[in-house]
Design a binder for this molecule. Structure first.
Ligand code: BEZ
Length: 189
């Protein structure tokens, strides 16, 4: 199910067009920064946790065999670590197209390791979007990820690149690390 949110995101203008915008990356944006940015800094947001609960029918899977990619779910008291990019509004418009399958721009407070913070944006796919898959037993999610391929490549690479990037950040993410361990095990040659 492809849900093109590009036009919806165009209306979600929380910042002035000439302002630079902090965007918090918690998925592929951490390790795949193929866009222009002014600054890139590790950051975290509070009250959210990362989950492989969003279907990918256009990047890491197909409409018939969707993959799984991350979204955020509310989780009071939890920290989600990722990477922040300070970008221009034009760059955000380009990313809206890349991240169009069910994700909407939302405001979030980004916290930096030096103790400072800034208001910025996240892309969020909530349970009411058509591509949302939700929770499933971890081994079933791992098998789905191990099997799925899409125009952007194997779903497995998305997960394993994310796990490596989070390790490099020193982030603790039991959900991602457990899935990565299962997928490495079931895909070992
Ligand atoms: C992210 O890396 O933050 C992200 C990428 C695609 C969709 C949503 C979030």
């Amino acid at each position: 199910m492809i849900l093109d949110t590009t036009h919806l995101n165009r209306e979600r203008t929380f910042f002035e067009p000439d302002e630079t915008i902090w965007l918090f990356g918690y998925g592929s944006l951490i390790w795949k920064a193929e866009f222009d940015y002014h600054e890139r800094r590790p950051a975290h947001i509070e009250g959210w946790t990362r989950r492989f609960w969003q279907g990918s029918h256009d990047h890491r899977g197909t409409p018939k065999a969707p993959g799984r990619v991350v979204t955020l779910v509310e989780s009071p008291g939890t920290v989600c670590q990722g990477m922040a990019y300070r970008i221009d509004a034009e760059t955000l418009a380009q990313l809206d197209i890349r991240e169009k399958n069910g994700y909407l721009r939302e405001l979030a407070v980004l916290h930096f390791p030096d103790g400072s913070h800034a208001e910025g944006l996240i892309y969020l796919a909530t349970a009411d979007n058509a591509a949302f898959l939700g929770d499933a037993p971890l081994d079933a999610m791992a098998r789905q990820i191990a099997a799925a391929h899409g125009p952007s490549g194997p779903n497995r690479d998305y997960l394993l690149n994310l796990a490596i990037a989070l390790e490099d950040l020193g982030a603790d993410d039991p959900h991602v690390f457990a899935l990565a361990a299962l997928v490495r095990h079931c895909c070992a040659e």
